[in-house]
Every structure is written in structure tokens, then in C-alpha cells.
Design a protein around this ligand. Structure first.
Ligand SMILES: Nc1ncnc2c1ncn2[C@@H]1O[C@H](COP(=O)(O)OP(=O)(O)OP(=O)(O)O)[C@@H](O)[C@H]1O
Ligand SMILES: [Mg+2]
Length: 134
């Protein structure tokens, strides 16, 4: 799919409205392809309310939607997959949470199995993003 910024937001909101816990969604793609934009749209679709982010572990942002925990994990800054050991993926799975993971490949085997893996790419048109695996 080739989506404008508005269309990508609408796509994410619809995806979020349809997500039921537990669910793990991976978002991959080069810098600036819209992974965070898509996560934010998914959270809007879920009706997720942000909870305070722990200052010691800012790569995990926590939300809550209809009593369900929602985690946004950005693995971009992990220097090695083993740094993902402390992210708490096992606890998130135990809680039957909704988990949205940017750059899941950087967490290696520590990343939980993905129910969906969305891959974003740039397009020659800078206002468009290409989405696969949706
Ligand atoms: N069709 C589009 N869909 C999504 N974003 C778009 C589109 N066209 C332009 N943009 C712009 O691209 C940028 C995407 O940034 P975003 O932070 O969501 O990307 P990212 O993949 O999370 O990057 P990073 O890898 O740095 O975390 C935003 O500034 C957004 O306005
Ligand atoms: Mg991002």
C-alpha cells in the first residue's frame, strides 16, 4: 500500500480499533518511514491513555486502553539484542498486554513472537510511505 500521512494515520487508527489483547505488533523500516506516527495512530484507535514513563527506561512507553495495558517499545537504541533482556517482554506477555515494538529485529530472540509485522518504506514521493505486511 502507498499511503499519504493522513491515510497512514487512518490506517493506524483502524488497526488500533480492531486490536484485541493479547497482541504483539512489530513495526520495521528505515528512519523516518513513520513507525512512531503509526504507533501513535494505533494508540488513538485503541483509545489509549498515556501513563507516566519511567525515566530510567524511556524506551518503553506505557498506556492503558479499556483496562488493558499497552506498551510501546522502541528498540532502535539497543546496542545489542541482549540489552532487550531487561525490557520486560515476558511480563508484558504474562499480562496479556498489547505490545507495539519498533525495530523488533534489534531485540533478537528477546522479542516476543509477532502477531503482525508491519514494514514501512520510503517512496520516491516524500509525502508517501509504502506499507507491507499489514
Ligand atoms: N505518508 C506518510 N506517512 C507517515 N509519515 C509521513 C508521511 N509523509 C511524511 N511523513 C513524515 O515522516 C515522518 C515520520 O516520522 P516517524 O517518527 O513516525 O518515523 P519513524 O519511522 O518512527 O522514525 P525513527 O526510525 O527515527 O523512529 C514524520 O515527520 C511525518 O510527518
Ligand atoms: Mg520512531
Amino acid at each position: 500500500m502507498r499511503l499519504s500521512a493522513d491515510e497512514l494515520s487512518q490506517f493506524g487508527e483502524a488497526l488500533g480499533r480492531g486490536l484485541t489483547a493479547p497482541a504483539v505488533v512489530g513495526l520495521s523500516g528505515e528512519l523516518g518511514t513513520g513507525k512512531t506516527t503509526l504507533v501513535q495512530a494505533i494508540c488513538r484507535g485503541l483509545g489509549a491513555q498515556a501513563l507516566a514513563t519511567s525515566p530510567t527506561y524511556a524506551l518503553v512507553h506505557q498506556y492503558e486502553a479499556r483496562g488493558v495495558p499497552v506498551y510501546h517499545v522502541d528498540c532502535y537504541r539497543l546496542k545489542s539484542p541482549d540489552e532487550a533482556r531487561d525490557v520486560g517482554f515476558e511480563d508484558m506477555m504474562r499480562e496479556r498486554a498489547i505490545v507495539l515494538i519498533e525495530w523488533p529485529e534489534r531485540a533478537g530472540a528477546w522479542a516476543p513472537a509477532l502477531d503482525r509485522h508491519i514494514v514501512l518504506a520510503h517512496d520516491p514521493d516524500p509525502t508517501v510511505r509504502v506499507i507491507e505486511g499489514a
